[in-house]
Design a protein around this ligand. Structure first.
Ligand SMILES: NC(=O)c1ccc[n+]([C@@H]2O[C@H](COP(=O)([O-])OP(=O)(O)OC[C@H]3O[C@@H](n4cnc5c(N)ncnc54)[C@H](O)[C@@H]3O)[C@@H](O)[C@H]2O)c1
Length: 346
């Protein structure tokens, strides 16, 4: 029975990933400091499975000694623990750097040093972000509800020039490059996913991060929210279970072939699954049967991209992966969870 270590395993993506690998028969170690809103709820939810194969370890990604001991027991590592909000990174860039850049280096070093004790070191999957591309310098145009690229018809590919914006962009970007380079220089088996917007059940979204779940919950509660910018900004959105299938595919692939080691893949819903804020508000009106969903506009925030759509061709071709869950079906699933008893007290 193989063991997977999931850092940030009580977060949105982490808790869904933990459930997935438990169902697949893995031993799962969830490592988290429970700093994120909702992380303790996700912990209780995971504990409710009463799964003897689940171990939850409270700790900080900056604590190298603990990480080193955990990595020794792992056959695979998915590194998700992070300071995740651009706004928070602007307020406290030092903390952001320590958690995102140094925390990732800790994981890499723990894996590299595991080679002293075993023949094969565990593969590592790292969640990077589209923010590493910054404000992409390409022509855009506008319809009444959304921005769109006029030239980049397939979206943003991995070949796009890196241009880190915001402390969060810098710390995740540094981590992204370390993860890639540890494959090159030390032969670690690593894969980087540069992710656009992920959404779904177990996402305790806030104004600063996790906008799909945050706005959906606000609309359900009949509470007003703020739209930063003009609401026409576009993202490709991906339901969380589709992301986790990509993690699984990458782990399977990397086991039998070194070919994808050190590779970087853009991941998101791609061209077929895009949404602007104004379009999402229209969906919220229908889902909540409330024609007057309340919101106001405010200035753009630092680092906000007007349009970002991932080109997912490389991932499709290399891993045979593609999104299964349409925006409509994903939003239905999100609403089912938001309406569930488990979530209403939030
Ligand atoms: N959700 C998205 O749309 C998205 C997009 C791009 C990248 N990502 C990346 O994916 C990863 C997971 O994101 P998420 O949406 O699940 O966020 P999340 O905030 O729900 O999960 C992060 C988890 O890390 C934990 N954590 C924070 N600081 C820690 C520390 N110092 N030590 C240990 N644990 C710590 C938090 O308690 C939380 O449970 C992050 O690395 C994020 O940057 C997410």
């Amino acid at each position: 029975m193989a063991t997977i270590l999931i850092t940030g395993g009580a977060g949105f993506i982490g808790s869904n990933t933990a459930e997935y690998f438990l169902n697949k028969g893995w031993r799962v170690i969830v490592f988290d400091n429970f700093s994120r809103e909702g992380a303790l709820r996700n912990r209780l939810w995971l504990e409710s499975f009463d799964a003897p194969r689940l171990k939850i370890v409270e700790g900080d990604i900056r604590d190298f000694t603990t990480l080193r001991a955990l990595v020794r027991r792992a056959d695979a590592v998915i590194h998700l623990a992070a300071q995740v909000a651009v706004t928070t990174s602007v307020e406290n860039p030092l903390h952001d750097f320590e958690v995102n850049a140094l925390g990732t280096l800790n994981i890499l070093e723990a894996i590299r040093r595991a080679a002293q004790y075993r023949r094969a070191t565990p593969p590592l999957i790292f969640m990077s972000t589209n923010k590493v591309y910054g404000n992409i310098d390409t022509p855009i145009a506008l319809t009444p509800t959304r921005y769109y690229f006029t030239r980049l018809r397939s979206g943003i590919s991995e070949k796009t020039q890196l241009d880190f914006h915001s402390p969060y962009g810098c710390s995740k970007g540094a981590a992204d490059q370390y993860v890639r380079d540890y494959a090159r220089i030390y032969g670690l088996k690593t894969v980087v996913f540069r992710s656009s917007c992920i959404y779904g059940a177990r996402q305790f979204g806030t104004e600063d991060q996790g906008w799909v779940a945050y706005l959906a919950r606000k609309a359900l509660l009949g509470e007003a929210f703020t739209v930063y910018g003009d609401g026409k900004q576009v993202r490709d959105v991906l339901y969380v279970s589709d992301l986790i299938r990509a993690f699984d595919a990458a782990l399977k692939y990397i086991k039998c072939s070194k070919y994808i080691s050190g590779e970087i893949f853009n991941i998101g819903g791609g061209l077929e699954n895009t949404l602007s804020l104004l379009e999402f508000i229209e969906i919220l009106r229908k889902k909540t049967q409330n024609p007057s969903v309340a919101y106001s506009f405010a200035e753009w925030r630092p680092g906000d991209q007007k349009v970002y759509v991932s080109d997912i061709t490389k991932l499709k071709k290399t891993l045979g992966w593609k999104p299964f869950i349409s925006v409509e079906a994903g939003i239905d699933r999100l609403f089912n969870w938001l309406r569930s008893a488990e979530c209403t007290e939030h």
